[in-house]
Design a protein around this ligand. Structure first.
Ligand code: EPU
Length: 352
């Protein structure tokens, strides 16, 4: 284990926000994690677990000890009757892992290609795209209790997955008391990939591609390529323009509330849900309020997708976390004033 002091986090968060960590430890194994927790100089200090940094907003220098998870490893485990079980270390790059599963002839993750971040961060916000969420392919994970160093295993039910949500986003102080935010370091994740693979083609973007290319039964690799191309066309590459993907969750409203909005704005993009509620496209709502391409300081709204906030600064003078949050609040206010809907941010805000 190697302890680094006064480390710049600018290259370690996809927004490219300039902030520093007083102490950073690169965790490359379960033993490293245990050693960091037991280290006399670190044991009593609060910890902050950092994965790929693709879903966080740093609002200042991080005072907690940053545990940067870099645990490697990918393997196929003896499978169950209906699934192949595949395990990856929490530090593996998500997209490379998806590619690797396809190279092993084990499809099932292709709709989630090109999502930035690490395998260990994927369950935290239950990543999802083009009709598949992590919870649909999840088997279980091993994590370390940051207070005791004990390793424990959670199945899907215990992870409490919801739309871009899990127990890892809630603090123990919240109702129910089951939250694990700040309590756990995810070490490894195991996936259950169906032996009887079926393509997930419900999304309009994928339907369009099938028509354009005259393909009625695409292979997993074709779906992978279409998702990669669609994401590249719509979303900014964090290596070029700093961002954290969708900045707000798509809100859910009642059928009556939706009918009311349609009455005033017939074009509102909405998706009826099985339980009778309706999901609205937050990107459309923000766009309708005129935010696309707008800037506040060095924080901006991406000109091709209003749901994505971007860092318009240069590396020497990037957006600050404060500017990003000020812009986010201004967007929330205008969407609330026009539609009566409170947008909920998707990334985790890291206090300074
Ligand atoms: N729209 C606009 N203007 C905009 C943006 C969107 O009118 O500026 C409209 C689009 O035309 C479309 C609708 O809103 O009709 C929805 O947009 P899109 O299909 O781009 O998907 P999304 O709802 O914005 C969600 C996820 C993405 C995921 C895609 C594909 C959330 C918060 N976002 O985006 O996830 O890749 O669907 O499945 O659920 C992420 O979480 O970081 C992320 C990128």
């Amino acid at each position: 284990m190697f302890i680094e002091r006064n480390v710049s986090l600018q290259a370690l968060n996809s927004f490219g926000i300039a902030a520093r960590a007083g102490t950073l430890v690169r965790v490359r194994s379960e033993d490293d994690a245990r050693a960091a927790l037991a280290h006399p100089a670190l044991a009593a200090l609060p910890k902050f677990v950092l994965g790929g940094g693709s879903n966080i907003v740093l609002t200042g220098d991080v005072k907690a000890v940053v545990l940067k998870v870099e645990i490697p490893g990918r393997r196929v485990l003896p499978g169950a009757a209906r699934h192949h079980i595949v395990e990856a270390g929490a530090g593996e790059n998500w997209h490379q892992f998806v590619q690797w599963t396809l190279a092993q002839g084990l499809p099932g993750l292709e709709n989630m290609a090109l999502i930035p971040g690490t395998v260990g961060a994927a369950p935290v916000q239950n990543i999802g795209a083009y009709g598949v969420e992590l919870q649909d392919r999840f088997h279980e994970l091993d994590a370390m209790d940051l207070r005791t160093g004990q390793v424990f295993t959670l199945n899907a039910a215990q992870c409490g997955f919801g739309y871009r949500d899990s127990v890892f986003k809630h603090t123990p102080a919240e109702p129910g008391g089951l939250g694990l935010a700040g309590r756990a370091l995810i070490l490894r994740v195991r996936f259950a990939l169906p032996r009887q693979w079926k393509p997930e083609l419900g999304y309009l973007d994928l339907q369009r591609r099938m028509q354009q290319e005259g393909v009625s039964a695409p292979t997993p690799r074709q779906i992978f390529a279409w998702v990669v191309q669609t994401r590249r066309a719509k979303l900014p590459d964090p290596a070029v323009i700093g961002n954290a993907g969708s900045f707000f969750k798509n809100p859910t409203v009642s059928a009556e509330q939706c009918a009311d909005i349609i009455g005033r704005d017939p074009k509102v993009v909405h998706y009826p849900m099985p339980d009778g509620s309706v999901k609205l496209a937050a990107g459309w709502l923000i766009d309708a309020c005129g935010w696309k391409g707008k800037r506040l300081g060095n924080a901006g709204v991406y000109e091709r997708q209003a749901l994505v906030l971007v860092n318009c600064g240069v590396p020497d003078q990037p957006a600050t976390g404060g500017e990003v949050m000020t812009l986010a609040k201004a967007i929330q206010t205008s969407v609330y004033e026009r539609f009566g809907i409170r947008l909920e941010p998707e990334p985790v805000t890291v206090p300074g």
